[in-house]
Design a protein around this ligand. Structure first.
Ligand code: HEM
Length: 209
């Protein structure tokens, strides 16, 4: 019981925070995407004070932005290690029983055989695509797949949707000290976190808030 609760806290909080930090980093780096997302959210809800799940039905770009962030920045880049329970041949490789296998979700998301301009952050790629992160499309597996895939996946997605929609709705964002978007450092640490924390300045958009 203790282990399961610990799993949920460790696996559930850092991952969600990391996703939010990366999504804001990408939006700060590419103002075109930020503007498009703000237009969708502001156009969809006007000056409603709190955006909730009920408002998301028509927000396809918001969902595409989040998918694109999971594609380039999966919070568990190597998922969780697996052990083969029998000899198996995959893609011409012989893998013996009891071998530890790591699945590189980070590299899979950046595979140019699966995605055009794979290294570019382009949420539009998901607007007319059936690819989802639920574990059925092996090009995009930030939550793993199969019986040991993440059982909590729906929760962080809704949390990220709610937080992101609210902060881009209510604020305009700029980089501090006159820094330019193109100079924003997007380096990753070895754990796929940002190497340097993101610093941004919020300016209220709706005078009434
Ligand atoms: C952005 C947020 C999250 C990401 C990217 C994520 C990703 C993952 C991944 C990749 C795995 C291993 C799957 C595999 O190797 O096939 C996993 C397992 C797990 N996740 Fe998440 N997770 C997130 C949030 C959460 C949350 C919020 C909870 C709980 C409230 C949670 C609970 C768990 C548990 C209990 C496991 C272990 C499942 C098992 O071993 O059978 N995760 N998660």
């Amino acid at each position: 019981m203790k282990g399961t609760i610990l799993d949920m806290f460790i696996g559930g909080s850092d991952t969600t925070f990391t996703t939010l930090e990366w999504v804001m980093s990408e939006l700060m780096k590419i103002p075109r995407v930020m503007k498009k997302l703000q237009n969708e959210v502001r156009g969809g809800v006007g000056n409603k004070e709190d955006i909730t799940e009920d408002d998301f039905a028509g927000m396809h770009y918001l969902k595409a932005v989040i998918k694109e962030t999971f594609r380039l920045h999966p919070p568990f880049p190597l998922l969780v290690p697996r052990m083969s329970n029998q000899n198996v041949k995959i893609n011409g490789y012989n893998i013996k029983a009891n071998t530890q296998v790591m699945v590189n979700a980070w590299a899979i998301g950046r595979d140019p055989n699966s995605f055009i301009n794979a290294k570019q952050y382009e949420p539009e790629r998901f607007l007319n695509s059936a690819i989802d992160y639920k574990g059925n499309d092996f090009e995009l597996i930030p939550f793993g797949s199969g019986r040991r895939g993440c059982p909590g996946m729906h929760f962080p997605v809704v949390v990220v949707e709610i937080v992101l929609a609210n902060i881009v709705h209510k604020f305009d964002w700029i980089l501090p000290d006159g820094a330019r978007a193109e100079d924003l450092d997007m380096s990753e640490s070895i754990t796929a976190h940002r190497k340097y924390p993101l610093k941004v300045v919020a300016k209220p958009y709706f005078p009434c808030f």
